[in-house]
Design a protein around this ligand. Structure first.
Ligand code: UFG
Length: 325
């Protein structure tokens, strides 16, 4: 299949590009390189620098590359930033996404896979969270993902067959792609930074209604996520027009303290920590029900253990020369 991956130079996009290439697909990457860099992309993927919001240019790219399916990973993806600048998130994630859908219609491409997020669920009343759980995002990031899902449903009237993958907590690294945001807000990179520097990591609250008082999340290895993207792209051939949503998680949660202990074991270093106040909007437990991913995609997570996720992230940081020998 000939596939366009938007945001393919980013963390999830690049790991998925590696998996798509290994499966024998031809990959073109469209990336603005605003929050990523070309360095991590494999040479076999053609990189086009540009914006998904440029409808004529994207339609021309889809035609000239004879693209059959689009994987849309390009997005702004920081919850805190979305609270400070909601307009950025609505412009780039929603308006940009709609321009991309128009370009698909212009070029006659009707297969689409979307990087969505468990952030669409907000603070759900019960876990595990299945796809029938009402969507009620509590921040502009989650609202922007839900808005583009709504658009995808509408584009079904034009024959678009779309699968939206709602990621839970993505972690770990592939050969070329690991997690590095600036500023970094995610737990595992922050734990590894504390192991590296000796500067304490802050645990955002230890008085949640969970067994050890710290929040529980469903962590999924980025390469398991990449496998699910490959399966979803192939599956778009057989589904009806419109939107099919699908959670991507393991169905099992780990607490912040469990992740910290695993990071100490992987790095062989003590991780200094302090306990701070809760972070606004952090629910106690977010765990996916993943039966749909198993049945719709024939997908099983294979690498999403704490030692594999944290170990691959630590090894990737070492490859980048961030850890003194
Ligand atoms: N945490 C800390 N200290 C840190 C960083 C995180 O204690 O330095 C805690 C958080 O309070 C949370 C857990 O570790 O309980 C995980 O936090 P992350 O920031 O790694 O991940 P989130 O669960 O907050 O965010 C994830 C995705 C978002 C998505 C959100 C809601 O990364 O994109 O789930 O579904 F919006």
């Amino acid at each position: 299949m000939r596939i366009l991956v938007t945001g393919g130079a980013g963390y999830v996009g690049c790991a998925t590009v590696e998996t798509l290439l290994a499966a024998g697909h031809a990959v073109v990457v469209l990336d603005s390189l605003v929050t990523s860099s070309r360095g991590r992309l494999p040479a076999e993927a053609r990189l086009v620098e540009g914006s998904v919001a440029d409808r004529p240019a994207v339609a021309e790219l889809l035609r000239s590359e004879r693209i059959e399916a689009v994987l849309h990973c390009a997005a702004r993806s920081l919850v805190g930033e979305s609270m400070r600048d909601p307009g950025l998130y609505l412009r780039e994630n929603v308006a940009g996404g709609i321009a991309l859908l128009d370009a698909l219609a212009d070029a006659g491409v009707d297969r689409f896979v979307f990087s969505s997020s468990a952030a669409v669920y907000g603070v759900p009343e019960r876990t595990p969270i299945d796809e029938e759980t009402p969507a009620a995002p509590i921040n502009p990031y989650g609202a922007s993902k839900l808005a583009l899902e709504t658009a995808l449903r509408a584009w079904g009237a034009r024959g678009l067959r779309a699968i939206s993958l709602r990621y839970f907590n993505v972690a770990g690294a592939s050969e070329r792609s690991g997690e590095a945001h600036d500023p970094e807000t995610h737990l595992i990179p922050n734990l590894l930074a504390a192991a590296r520097t000796g500067e304490p990591v802050t645990l955002f609250g230890d008085d949640f209604p969970t067994p050890d008082g710290t929040p529980v999340r469903d962590y999924i290895h980025v390469l398991d996520l990449a496998d699910a993207h490959l399966a979803a792209l192939e599956r778009t051939e057989g589904i009806p027009a419109g939107l099919t949503v699908c959670n991507l998680g393991t169905g099992h949660g780990f607490s912040v303290k469990e992740v910290l202990a695993a990071a100490e074991a992987v790095t062989g270093r003590p991780i200094p920590r302090t306990v701070g106040p809760r972070r606004a909007g952090d629910p106690p437990v977010l765990v996916a029900a993943n039966e749909r991913a198993r049945t719709l995609l024939g997908w099983t997570p294979r690498r999403s253990t704490l030692p594999e996720m944290i170990g691959s992230a630590w090894a990737w940081e070492q490859r980048r020369g961030e850890v003194p020998a």
